[in-house]
Ligand binder design. Structure first.
Ligand code: GDG
Length: 476
């Protein structure tokens, strides 16, 4: 089924599926949540492409198959050792913290590096098997930074794009990495390298200059105006392509949906202010800090527990990694403590769910929330902030947003905060609540601008801009 006949191939660490095992042992695959999946499914649907990726479970891989939407999924099998070394180790305990500015210390482990290299080689074999002569291959994210270089050697006929979904750190930080030269060489195998923000792209160009590679032009957004010359005489385009969301999923609230929103508010005990957080349970997302800010506001009486409710959805993520375990226990301890101090029977002041919720419910929650709290210490973009703005064609609500989320570049009308400074989080939250009470027309105008920004800069624009740039690179 997946012969060498696919003209457009997306390669990502994960296939957009989860493996579910029923009590009788029956195994089925279902669509899975996550930023990457949300962003790429629409692109593949419209382009009839093939997606190469790991199904998400060690030692399990179905045969290649078509989804209901007609997307060909080509699984790459990882065994338990790959999972530990490549995925949990090098990708998520080395690169993830390094690229998020050392919120926790990265671990540098030679065996993990070998596993990372080995798995990137395996992905290259799979792509080479499914990609047609002259095909376009779009490689996604930090788990596969060696792939463009390997593919370039294996299949010089391919046009290769690479997009990084997480921040790219300053050259100083990046230079900690013992295998920094190998990774840069891997990335430079691409024809176009895309980042969310111009600042990320500039960090990469700085690094190239340090390596004494010729750099020309200045970085811009949604087009390629900066280039790096490689030692083998190629020109690699570098640019910023801020990712976004499929807006249709978050608009069009009909009467039934609005009734669902009312019911949810009633289920929560009809609080005056509903505050919402939605994140993977990751230490970069600042969930604990926002809980502490909320707790201090309750303690000082600035917020009345009879009037506010905080709903925190914390989707399970990378649960075996030490720092994730620690974050979970700190978050859950804080939730317990806050509820212990401030809830009334049958009326918790914090509603916490450590499981993924249905997208339809998520949409209702966004619409319901008076205040959305998005407080990462560092985030490539943050789609949750954009999803919230998309849900508010009613111009209601307020977004408290970290300055260190990529989304802050496009949503300056949010109530911005510095998550490293708990006073700043408290201030932004109170200002948002007060703004909604005292200056509803000002807040409504700010929400209208944010909503419009997201509606006019959706994921289709993101993919079109990137793929157009790649086409242009191929033409040259
Ligand atoms: C990485 C970068 C960048 C969350 N909980 C549930 C659920 N979600 C969905 C949200 C959103 C997605 O997951 C999370 O995306 P984010 O962008 O917020 O964050 P990461 O997962 O860290 O994504 C990030 C992104 O890649 C894309 O480039 O923006 O900076 O870190 O779409 O809605 N969806 C459902 N139930 C949940 O409980 N259905």
């Amino acid at each position: 089924m997946s012969g060498r006949d696919n003209d457009f191939v997306v390669v990502a660490n994960r296939l957009p599926v989860d493996l579910n095992t029923a009590p009788d042992g029956t195994r089925t695959w279902s669509a899975s949540p996550g930023g990457l999946v949300a962003a790429l499914s629409p692109v593949l649907r419209t382009q009839q492409g093939c997606w190469v990726g790991w199904p998400g479970v060690p030692d399990a891989a179905p045969d290649p198959f078509y989804t209901d939407d007609g997307i060909l999924l080509h699984p790459v099998r990882l065994n338990q050792a790959d999972y530990e070394g490549f995925y949990e180790g090098f990708s998520n305990a080395t690169l993830w913290p390094l690229y998020h500015d050392l919120i926790v210390p990265p671990v540098y482990n030679l065996d993990w590096w070998y596993a990372y290299r080995e798995v990137n080689l395996r992905f290259a074999d799979e792509v080479a098997e499914v990609a047609a002569e002259g095909a376009t291959v779009w490689v996604q994210d930090y788990q596969l930074q060696l792939l463009p270089g390997i593919l370039r050697q294996k299949r010089p006929d391919l046009t290769i794009g690479f997009f990084l979904h997480i921040p790219f750190p300053s050259a100083d930080l990046y230079s900690q990495l013992p295998w920094r030269d190998e990774l840069v060489r891997g990335l430079l195998g691409a024809d176009v390298i895309g980042f969310h923000l111009e600042s990320n792209a500039r960090n990469f160009l700085d690094l190239a200059r340090r390596l004494e590679l010729p750099v020309s032009g200045e970085v811009s957004t949604r087009k390629i105006t900066a280039h790096i010359e490689t030692p083998d005489g190629r020109s690699v385009g570098v640019g910023a392509f801020p990712i976004s969301i499929e807006v249709d999923e978050f608009t069009d609230f009909d009467d039934a949906a609005l009734a669902g929103v009312d019911k949810l508010r009633a289920d929560l005990g009809t609080p005056k202010h509903v505050i919402l957080g939605v994140d993977r349970l990751d230490y970069t997302k600042g969930i604990l800090q926002r809980l502490l800010a909320f707790e201090e506001l309750l303690e000082t009486g600035a917020l009345d527990p009879a009037e506010v409710t905080l709903v925190q959805i914390a989707t399970p993520s990378r649960e075996r990694i030490e720092h994730y375990k620690k974050t979970r226990s700190q978050v859950e301890e804080a939730v317990g403590r806050i509820n212990g101090s401030f809830s009334q029977l049958g009326k918790p002041v914090v509603h916490y769910q450590h499981r993924s919720i249905d997208k339809k419910v998520l949409r209702l929650l966004y619409r319901l929330a008076d205040i959305m709290l998005v407080t990462p210490f560092k985030d490539g973009m943050n789609l949750v902030a954009k999803e919230y703005a998309a849900c508010h064609d009613d111009a209601k609500g307020a977004l408290v947003l970290s300055e260190f989320a990529g989304a802050a570049d496009e949503l300056p009308e949010a109530n911005l905060c510095n998550p490293f400074d708990i006073e700043s989080v408290k201030r932004s939250l109170l200002t948002a609540i007060k703004g909604l009470e005292d200056q509803p027309e000002v807040m409504a105008e700010r929400m209208r601008i944010m909503h419009e920004q997201v509606m006019t800069h959706d994921v289709k624009l993101w993919s079109r801009a990137f793929l157009d740039s790649l086409k242009e690179a191929k033409r040259k």
